[in-house]
Structures are given as structure tokens and as C-alpha cells.
Design a binder for this molecule. Structure first.
Ligand code: ACO
Length: 404
């Protein structure tokens, strides 16, 4: 165990040793056996399995099981788990009424976060976080209901009636049907179903990113998992995290044409960090994000069905130029998972507001796995960082009439 700060104080007037590490650039906040990243080599593994193999051979619910339980499931275990998740997809009718209360133009991510937080009121048994069986039920509910709430959020903004879950469809096909069904028979295209399943696998966990750290931090107060996961949704809503792929599309649209790329790059380099190449750079990856490599392949498959996203040519050329530019090379800035995902989502017919929601659905698995790991880790205590105080030194209160 790391020594307690107080143990290394040498006297009462000594504050003790304290690390100053804003944004936790170099601080491990926990021990974890879930996800391994080697940012220099571009390696991502879930429970030891390389992301490339999982994306190619596995399915999202199998990966969910792996992340949660630590091992790949047997046929029987996967069937039981799938059945469990499938039969928890419905939400209480009052959750639907709760969602009706949002303004017609509320952002789906804001509806998602608030509704997940509201689930804590619908399942008061969730506060039994020391009870293993209760934790398992809450985690199942979260993974199962996330697509339902996400689709309801979307349909609310579109003024469309909610579509209830179908228990005979796969996790992804059910979600797509709840999103897209408008009268008549809606049939999910198998290539798009597979593509979204792969994207869900790639987004399922990513160790101590901003949203997962938020879930762990809030969860460390021993609050119920709905409240903790709602904090994760909030963190993911930010433009530097889950909002980045939407920003990539905006950026590509602003550039408008491949001939304008050099001028844009010049602005990024001359802007003293003000203007960024969105979808580039990562706190941990200092080489090509392995998820971005898989996504490029998925993009080809999707565009065969949907037709090419016209922004793709700009994205490919932008990547080519940036990877040869000394500014980006020196700072080890490579495409991250968001550089191509927005292009795929747009080609599949998703509005940009849904992009962070499409991230939150699979990341719920990672949040839950990490929450479970945290609450069962005896070394974890309530998260409570210290600070370097930079304010005024002690002074006496000045009466209002004497202030200048
Ligand atoms: N475009 C241009 N310059 C950049 C970029 C970028 N995308 N990212 C970092 N830099 C520059 C910084 O200005 C800084 O330059 P300096 O050394 O001259 O000051 C240097 O590279 C280091 O960058 P930091 O900001 O210190 O890196 P940090 O680890 O804090 O940030 C982050 C990582 C937030 C992802 C950043 O790269 C960024 O904002 N990228 C664009 C947004 C994005 O794509 N986010 C998605 C991340 S992945 C995810 O959440 C799933």
C-alpha cells in the first residue's frame, strides 16, 4: 500500500509530502485487472485479449461478459447472460413519463444522463452495494436499459412515438429498431448491425478515462451505481471526450474541400493550442490508436452499404498530411477513435447529437465493470484529492462600511 501522507509528516508545522499532478497525468488512481493499454506501442487489451481479435471474432455481449466477469463465457454462460440482459430492456412506464417532461429540443445526451440518474429513484434496492446479487441486478439493468433510454431520447427530440424493445432481436438490432422504426416492417441491415456491434466492442472500456474516473470517484462515496454512472454520462458529454467525433464532422465540414487542408493545418499550428485537429491526439496513446485502425476497416464495410460519406476524402487526406507534418509528429499526435467514428455514424443515419449517446451505451459496460471492481477493492476509499492552496493568507474580517 502507498504510505499515508500523514505518516511522512515530520512535525506539526510540516504539511507532509504531496504530489502535484493536475489532471492526473502521472497518477495511478487504482489497481485494475480489466483493461490494459500500452500507449507507446498502440496496444489495447480487455482482460488480456487484444482488441483486434475481439473486434474480429467476438460480439458485444460476449465482450461485456468478459469485461464484467474476467473470462470469456462458455456457450451456456453467454446464453444465460444474453437472456438476462434481453429481459431487462423495458423501463417502467413512469420513466417514459419522466422523459416526456423534457423540452422537445433537449439534447439526447442530457436526457440520457438525467434519466440514468433518475433510475436510482426507481430502484431503491440499488443502494445495497455490499450485496453481490444486488450489484449484479443493477449492472444488468443498466446495460439492458441504456439502449432503450438512448432510443427514447432520440425519438423524443424527433417528436416520434417511443418504440418498445423487442426481445427476439440482438442487443444492437433491438437498439437500431427502437431508433429507426417508423411504421411498417423495419429490417436492420446485417452489415450495419455487425458494424455497430464492432463499434460497441471498441468503445466498451478504456481504463481510467475521464468518464470512468468520474464513475469511480462518485461511486467511491458508496452511492448507488445509477448515480455513479450518471456522472460518467456527464463527463462523456464534454467536447474533449465523447463529443469529439461530432467536432470532427464539424471540422471536416468547415474545411469543406481537400484543397483547403494545408490552410487549416497552418491555423492549427499557429493557434497556440486554441484550434485543434479534432480526433487527433490522446492522453495515453502516443502512437496510432488501435481502435482507429479497426474503425477504418469498419468504415469501408459500412460505406459499401450506405454509400461513401463525402467527408471521407477530406479525412483521409487530412490524416495523410498531419502524419507527415513535423508539428504532429513531434507531439506524437495520431488519429484517435473519434476521427472516423462520426463519419460512420453519419453514414448510418445518426444525427450528430446521438454520437456521444452511441458512445455511452457500450461504455456503460466498462463503467459497471470498473464500479464493481472499485466497490470490491478493500484498498479503495472515498476519493478525496488534496490541493495546493494559492489563496490569501489568514486575515481578519473587515466590517462592510470599512471596506474600500
Ligand atoms: N490538435 C493540435 N494540437 C494538439 C492536439 C490536437 N488535436 N492535441 C494536442 N495538441 C498539442 C497541444 O496543443 C500541446 O502542444 P504544446 O506542447 O505546444 O502545448 C501538445 O499537443 C500536448 O497536448 P495536451 O493538450 O497536453 O495533451 P492532453 O493529453 O492533455 O490532451 C486530448 C489529450 C484532450 C485528447 C487532446 O489531444 C485533444 O484535445 N484532442 C482533440 C479532441 C479529441 O479528439 N478528443 C477525443 C479523445 S479520445 C476519447 O475521448 C475517446
Amino acid at each position: 500500500r502507498t504510505p499515508d501522507l500523514r505518516q511522512i509528516k515530520t512535525g506539526s508545522d510540516d504539511f507532509g509530502l504531496m504530489g502535484y499532478d493536475p489532471a492526473f497525468l502521472n497518477t495511478a488512481n487504482c489497481k485494475s485487472a480489466i483493461t490494459f493499454i500500452d500507449g507507446d506501442k498502440g496496444i489495447l487489451e480487455y482482460r488480456g485479449y487484444p482488441i483486434e481479435q475481439l473486434a474480429e471474432k467476438s460480439s458485444f455481449l460476449e465482450v461485456a461478459y468478459l469485461l464484467l466477469k474476467g473470462e470469456l463465457p462458455t456457450e451456456k454462460e453467454l446464453s444465460v447472460f444474453t437472456d438476462l440482459v434481453t429481459h431487462h430492456t423495458y423501463v417502467h412506464e413512469n420513466v417514459k413519463s419522466f422523459m416526456d417532461g423534457f423540452r422537445y429540443d433537449a439534447h439526447p445526451m442530457s436526457m440520457l444522463g438525467s434519466t440514468v440518474a433518475a433510475l436510482s429513484g426507481f430502484y431503491p434496492d440499488a443502494k445495497n452495494i455490499r450485496d453481490e446479487r444486488s450489484r449484479e441486478i443493477q449492472i444488468t439493468r443498466l446495460i439492458a436499459k441504456m439502449p432503450t433510454i438512448a432510443a427514447f431520447s432520440y425519438r423524443h427530440t424527433m417528436g416520434l412515438p417511443y418504440v418498445y424493445p423487442s426481445n427476439d432481436l440482438s442487443y444492437v438490432a433491438n437498439f437500431l429498431t427502437m431508433m429507426k422504426h417508423i411504421g411498417g416492417a423495419y429490417k436492420v441491415h446485417p452489415v450495419l448491425e455487425k458494424a455497430l456491434d464492432v463499434l460497441f466492442i471498441l468503445h466498451a472500456d478504456h481504463e481510467q478515462n475521464c468518464s470512468t474516473t468520474s464513475v469511480r470517484t462518485v461511486g467511491s462515496s458508496q452511492v448507488d451505481p445509477y448515480s455513479a454512472v450518471a456522472a460518467g454520462v456527464g463527463a462523456l458529454y464534454g467536447p474533449l471526450h465523447g463529443g469529439a467525433n461530432e467536432a470532427v464532422l464539424r471540422m471536416l465540414r468547415d474545411i469543406g474541400h481537400v484543397s483547403k487542408i494545408p490552410e487549416f493545418i497552418k491555423q492549427v499550428k499557429g493557434g497556440e493550442g486554441e484550434k485543434k485537429l479534432m480526433g487527433f491526439g490522446h492522453r495515453v496513446y502516443k502512437s496510432y490508436d488501435p481502435r482507429a485502425k479497426v474503425i477504418k476497416r469498419v468504415a469501408d464495410e459500412v460505406f459499401e452499404v450506405t454509400g461513401k460519406n463525402p467527408l471521407l476524402d477530406i479525412a483521409l487526406e487530412l490524416e495523410r498530411i498531419a502524419l507527415e507534418d513535423e508539428y504532429f509528429v513531434k507531439r506524437k499526435l495520431y488519429p484517435n477513435v473519434d476521427f472516423y467514428s462520426g463519419l460512420i455514424y453519419e453514414a448510418m443515419g445518426f444525427q450528430a447529437e446521438m454520437f456521444p449517446v452511441l458512445f455511452a451505451i457500450p461504455r456503460t459496460v466498462g463503467w459497471c465493470a470498473q464500479w464493481e471492481e472499485m466497490v470490491t477493492d478493500n484498498e479503495q476509499k472515498i476519493a478525496r484529492p488534496r490541493q495546493i492552496y494559492t489563496g490569501a493568507t489568514r486575515r481578519d474580517y473587515v466590517a462592510r462600511e470599512k471596506r474600500t
